[in-house]
Design a protein around this ligand. Structure first.
Ligand code: CA
Length: 146
């Protein structure tokens, strides 16, 4: 898997290339948007404990907010209009996310965000992630340039 990220004043952009993409009909791009690992979903079985705290996830092309601050899954809330562009062609996908959509009550958008991609099978079982083969590494960090 290859994953790129950049930003401008209003948007966050991701580009992803996934080998054998047909094996992963479900996916989630997790984001710790407030740079606070104590808020959001604690994905400690994927990334290093204390480095996740995912506040938002782009799940199969739709932006959703996490409603838990623990390792226990909880229902997600759709964030309407958060993904302003999404396209998948072959094994590549691009998405454009409104920065203004990446805030929630008590959570502000940090200038540095954690992120990581999970790839899942048809039963939503995690089968690959950006750190697959070396689980428990810290979530990736991107610092905004705008
Ligand atoms: Ca967080």
């Amino acid at each position: 898997m290859q994953l790129w990220v950049t930003d401008d004043a209003e948007y966050l952009y991701y580009g992803v290339v996934i080998e054998n993409i047909a094996n992963y009909p479900n996916w989630g791009l997790q984001m710790n948007t407030d740079a606070d690992h104590t808020t959001g979903y604690q994905l400690d079985w994927v990334w290093q404990q204390g480095s996740t705290g995912s506040d938002f996830v782009v799940e199969n092309g739709t932006l959703k907010s996490h409603t838990t601050n623990t390792t226990d899954w909880a229902p997600l809330n759709d964030v309407a209009g958060g993904v302003v562009f999404f396209e998948q062609r072959g094994n590549a996908m691009e998405m454009k996310i409104a920065k203004s959509a990446l805030t929630a009550p008590g959570k502000s958008l940090s200038s540095s965000i954690g992120f990581g991609m999970e790839l899942k099978d048809s039963n939503w079982v995690l089968t690959h992630a950006t750190n697959s083969g070396n689980l428990q590494t810290p979530m990736h960090v991107y610092t905004f340039t705008n």
